[in-house]
Design a protein around this ligand. Sequence first.
Ligand SMILES: Cc1cc2nc3c(=O)[nH]c(=O)nc-3n(C[C@H](O)[C@H](O)[C@H](O)COP(=O)(O)OP(=O)(O)OC[C@H]3O[C@@H](n4cnc5c(N)ncnc54)[C@H](O)[C@@H]3O)c2cc1C
Length: 345
Amino acid sequence: MVEVPVNIIENFSLQAYNSLALPAVARYFITINAMDELVELSRHYRLNTLPWLVLGSGSNVVFSKDYNGVIIHLELNNIYYRVDDEAVYIHAEAGVIWDKLVQETLIKGYPGLENLSLIPGTVGAAPVQNIGAYGIELKDYFSSLLAWDRELQRFCHLDANDCCFSYRHSIFKEEPGRYIILKVVLKLPCAWRPQLQYQALNSAMIDQPLSADRIRNVVCELRRSKLPDPELLPNAGSFFKNPCINQALFSELKSLYSDLPSFAAGVADQVKVPAAWLIEQAGWRGKALGAVGMYEKQALVLVNHGGASGDEVLELAQCVQSDVWEKFGVQLEVEPQIFGALTEN
Ligand SMILES: Cc1cc2nc3c(=O)[nH]c(=O)nc-3n(C[C@H](O)[C@H](O)[C@H](O)COP(=O)(O)OP(=O)(O)OC[C@H]3O[C@@H](n4cnc5c(N)ncnc54)[C@H](O)[C@@H]3O)c2cc1C
């Protein structure tokens, strides 16, 4: 008979465990302190038949109702480095806070991750949506990861091809709940090349000494100037992905709105347009609906002004989506993962 794990709490409030501060209760909350505990947990018949959800810092989730399953919280916090002539390989366990990793690599003299400074969340969640900012994405430095495969009930190694990374997407969103990411290996080439192709970063770096530390400082300043701190104003970062539209629709919109910005989508016949611009033009920047609203300094960020429910968040998201659709014929896709009404995870 398999024993009930020691670190299990029933009816656990998740309000402090999601950056939107939404009230939701998990049926079970289990802290994992060693990888083998997962094997043990998987043998526990009753717990293994329930849905599982790994929760890192909760900065990319929306709980629209209580979670009737097992929340897994990974307290795996080690980082190891291996260096050869070509690159530094960073082995970071899933519970490490992403920005602490960025900071530590720079202190150790291993540049590369500086553009991804200050992104909230854990290392284990970073491959899930292939985190990206200021011109780079996790996949640019990704080597492999170790995960527990719930379907096959075994540990597995996945490389970049297996993860199927694309813009804010990966296999982990395609097959939610299957993999529990335990360790991520990143490869930073020894020959550092600054990545300054992102216009706002490029402009802010003019006349600045060119170093990875300086880039990190500038990225942190830029982020702080436009993104609300979830501790002060609960939010989940960008609430919608930047949509890709076909060239014909883009040309039609451009003839109506000559100031419509655009970026290369990297896919034939597709153009990426900033969701923030569409939301602002649809009149939602700084506008509230009950306790929630779209942030006044960055229209892409949905904020909880205090005491909001998950349903209020979803209602606002749907209003924004429908107004953007009516005005531009463009469908906005929600970026955070929703647990509740829209999905039955
Ligand atoms: C203010 C703010 C700014 C942000 N800026 C950016 C940005 O610039 N770029 C960007 O890409 N994102 C950004 N985000 C989104 C967020 O920071 C990232 O998605 C981050 O990777 C989420 O980490 P987390 O630990 O909070 O994940 P959580 O929110 O806890 O989880 C997110 C998803 O990943 C899954 N997951 C988490 N850990 C694991 C694991 N170990 N194994 C398997 N699945 C797992 C969860 O089940 C869930 O489905 C921002 C968010 C906020 C609040």
